[in-house]
Design a protein around this ligand. Structure first.
Ligand SMILES: [Zn+2]
Length: 75
């Protein structure tokens, strides 16, 4: 089993964020924001099932997500 499937919000480093893409845009959620929205026990590979994260514009759940470290991704 892929160990990534067992990762939860709580396993993110403090400077990591989760980038989720819906039909119209991608949004980045910080670890603290994810904990506030879905709780620290939410599994990362199922995070798109949480309605709190669904897009308000296109109404689609964000099925594609990846972990990013915002500081490292600055251009
Ligand atoms: Zn959207």
């Amino acid at each position: 089993m892929d160990p990534a499937f067992a990762l939860t919000v709580n396993d993110l480093a403090r400077d990591e964020a989760l980038c989720l893409r819906c039909g119209c845009r991608s949004q980045t959620y910080s670890r603290a924001r994810l904990i506030a929205l879905v709780g620290r026990d939410a599994r990362l590979h199922l995070i798109g099932l949480n309605r709190e994260l669904w897009c308000g514009d296109c109404g689609e759940p964000p099925f594609q997500g990846w972990v990013t470290a915002p500081v490292a991704n600055q251009p």
